[in-house]
Structures are given as structure tokens and as C-alpha cells.
Design a protein around this ligand. Structure first.
Ligand code: NIG
Ligand code: FE
Length: 392
């Protein structure tokens, strides 16, 4: 594969403190970057850049690692804008609408589901997402969940089995039966998923039920993540730490004890501000998490109920405006934080040897992501290993 030089970069964030200004985002100005064979091969001042097969002069634009969206529910059919409108008028989000999407999804053909998922994936990619996690969870039957997992697995390496999203109506009188099905036959049918997740919250699954499913996931050599503390202090954070989940996601309501637990663990807190936006819920204060030593990721949570959002730029803007993060912290959380939430060291940074997943902004500084919300600021996305250039 040919070597590729991106030069005349106005501001380059590498997320490698040993490069650039020694901050967590590893900032350089007037910089250049070489991609060789799909990996970062050289980073430094533009004036010292080596010669390469291809040269892209980005004319003073800002460059950063591709976004790592570590939490999406991308495989679904239908939409629930009526619920969104009702929430804006005062209704509360309680997850009950998940069953409507289950019905729509199970009623859709495989071709239609694949096509709809690809449209949403393309929107994420255009916005600079180069690594994406996708969950199942809108089928809630053995065959249906396996179908969603196989659609996701054709599109990404980071696939999560979320059979424990809610208890389907058919099992309303037999919760234990559903939990056993999820932890047994359904999980086996979804073997293509490397991750297991549970919606552990009010109206979904209890801590004990979630522990049962996660423990089965661990026995099946799956890696673990958890939806926790979205609707209240419902015990998900402590369970995630107990089970060494890679990430506990939402964390809308957390107390100081839970923050201390998280801070002394290797579990990442994935905050999803577009879910708070779309459910009109209070935003978590990210500063409390950071001060407690917690690693914070930001993700879109793209789903038709609580967050029909495909823009990491919008997520970053919310985190800066509403959650007390600096721009550098928010951008790190949307890149390096997402990588940590997926326990990946090859993405989320542009240190030497990292995958060459790169976003070029149509702006001189990365701060424009928060400063100009709603603008299409991505001018180019490079995704390794295919050396694939889009949006040029
Ligand atoms: O992460 N909280 C649980 N699951 C999704 C929402 C699903 C839905 O409402 O359809 C979430 O917000
Ligand atoms: Fe979610």
C-alpha cells in the first residue's frame, strides 16, 4: 500500500502525550502525518515531513483521530418521533417504547433492515466515526436476535448481544424463563457477538437478573458491558465494576460512592448526552466523573427511542455546553475514551503504529466541533486498512 502524507495541518490532535504539547490530546500545530500500510508511520512538524507516494495539503485544517462510537443500537426498523414530541411536552422516558421497535424490527425483511442500518452507518461515517459498536436488542427471540447480530457483524467487528433489553410481552408472567433463555439458547445463537450487554434499570432488568446474564456471557468468553443508572441510582454502576465490565453506559444518576468505585476500577463510564437531550433528562456532570479519576467515553447511543442521533459532533457540543467538559476532554472522550470503552489500543489515537483512522475538519481548530454545532464540519475521513478516502 502506498504511503500517504497529510501536510499543512493547522492543528493536529494525536491523543499521544509523547507527541506534541504533552497534554492528553497530544496537540501539534503546523504539523504533518504519514500513513503507511494503513497505520500512522510518522508525525511531526510539516517542515520536516518525509516524501511520500501521495500528498494531501489540508490547507491549515484541523486533524484528529477518527471518532470511536462505542454505543449504538443501529439495527432497527421504524421510528418513534411521536414519543419524542410527547416527552418535549412533559412525558417521561421509561423504555416502554422499546417494544414498539421490537414489533417493527421483527416485521421488517432482512434486506430492509440491512439497508436501513447501512444508511445510519453512512451518516455516522460522514460525521467522522471510523469505529462503531452495534447492539442487537430489538428482536428478543432466539432467531430474531441472531438475525440482528449477523446484520451487525457484516458491518463492524464490535458487535454486542443485548437480548436482555426488556422482557418481551410473551414472557410477562415468566421473567425468569426469559432471563434463562437469554443466558442460554439466545446467547449461543448470537455467538458472532463478542460483547454481552444488559439494560439494568427500572422497568428493564434487576441487578440480580443482569448479573446472571453477564456471568453467562463471561462463561461463554464474551466481553461485558452494561446499560446502568439511566433512570435512577439502580445499582448498575456497582454491578459493572463487580463484573469488570469494559464500560457502564448512561450513568445519568450516580452517587459519590459509585463514582469512587468507578474511579478505582478499569470500567469506563460512557456518557450519552444526546439521550439526555432527547429524553429531556438532566445531564450528568462529567466534571464529577473526571475529578473522581473515572475514564469517560462519549457515544451517540443511536436508537429510535432515546437518541436518534448520528452526529458525534453534536454529542461533543452537548458535553462541552451542558456537562462541564473542556473541548479537549470531550474530543478525547469521543476518540480515546471510546477506544478504552471497547478495550482497543489500536484506535482512538494517532500515535505511531495506530490504525490510520483520521478525520480532517473544515475548520482550523478542533474547538469548532463545539463552537459550531449543527454544522457539517468534516471535510475528509480516512479509514484504515483500506486507505479509504470519503467526503473529499
Ligand atoms: O440506550 N436504555 C436502553 N436502551 C436504549 C433505548 C432504547 C429505546 O428506547 O428504543 C438506550 O437509551
Ligand atoms: Fe443504549
Amino acid at each position: 500500500m502506498a504511503s500517504h502524507l497529510l501536510t499543512n495541518i493547522g492543528e493536529l490532535l494525536t491523543n499521544d502525550p509523547s507527541l506534541g504539547d504533552e497534554s492528553a490530546v497530544g496537540r501539534l500545530t503546523n504539523a504533518a502525518l504519514v500513513l503507511d500500510d494503513g497505520v500512522v508511520a510518522w508525525v511531526g512538524p510539516a517542515a520536516n515531513a518525509p516524501s511520500c507516494d501521495h500528498v494531501d495539503d489540508v490547507d491549515g485544517r484541523a486533524v484528529l483521530p477518527g471518532f470511536v462510537d462505542s454505543h449504538t443500537h443501529l439495527v432497527f426498523a421504524g421510528e418513534r418521533s411521536d414519543e419524542f414530541e410527547a416527552r418535549m411536552a412533559g412525558d417521561r422516558y421509561d423504555g416502554g417504547g422499546i417494544r414498539r421497535t421490537v414489533e417493527a424490527t421483527n416485521g421488517a425483511s432482512r434486506d430492509d433492515l440491512e439497508a436501513a442500518t447501512k444508511v445510519r452507518l453512512a451518516a455516522l461515517r460522514r460525521g467522522g466515526v471510523t469505529t462503531v459498536e452495534m447492539k442487537s436488542g430489538y428482536a428478543l427471540t432466539v432467531e430474531g436476535e441472531a438475525r440482528l447480530v449477523s446484520i451487525a457483524a457484516a458491518l463492524t467487528d464490535e458487535v454486542t448481544f443485548l437480548g436482555a433489553h426488556v422482557v418481551p410481552d410473551e414472557f410477562a408472567g415468566d421473567r425468569d424463563g426469559y432471563v434463562s433463555l437469554v443466558a442460554g439458547a439466545m446467547m449461543r445463537a448470537c455467538d458472532a457477538a463478542g460483547w454481552v450487554d444488559v439494560f439494568c434499570d427500572r422497568g428493564a432488568f434487576s441487578v440480580d437478573e443482569a448479573r446472571h446474564v453477564l456471568a453467562a456471557g463471561r462463561r461463554a468468553n464474551k466481553r461485558l458491558r452494561l446499560h446502568g443508572n439511566q433512570l435512577g441510582e439502580t445499582g448498575g454502576v456497582a454491578l459493572a465494576v463487580e463484573m469488570d465490565c469494559a464500560s457502564v453506559d448512561h450513568c445519568t444518576h450516580v452517587n459519590d460512592h459509585e463514582l469512587a468505585l468507578l474511579g478505582s476500577s478499569s470500567t469506563v463510564a460512557t456518557l450519552l448526552p444526546s439521550a439526555e437531550f432527547s429524553t429531556k433528562s438532566p445531564y450528568p456532570n462529567a466534571r464529577r466523573f473526571l475529578d473522581a479519576g473515572v475514564t469517560v467515553a462519549l457515544a451517540t447511543d443511536c436508537n429510535p427511542g432515546s437518541s436518534y442521533v448520528t452526529s458525534m459532533g453534536f454529542v461533543i457540543a452537548l458535553a462541552v455546553r451542558e456537562m462541564g467538559m473542556t473541548v479537549d476532554e470531550a474530543v478525547w472522550s469521543a476518540t480515546g475514551g471510546g477506544a478504552a470503552a471497547l478495550r482497543r489500543s489500536d484506535v482512538g489515537h494517532l500515535g505511531l503504529g495506530a490504525r490510520g483512522d483520521v478525520v480532517v475538519l473544515d475548520a482550523p481548530r478542533v474547538a469548532h466541533l463545539a463552537y459550531r454545532p449543527g454544522s457539517d464540519l468534516v471535510s475528509m475521513v480516512v479509514r484504515a486498512p483500506r486507505d479509504e478516502f470519503v467526503n473529499e
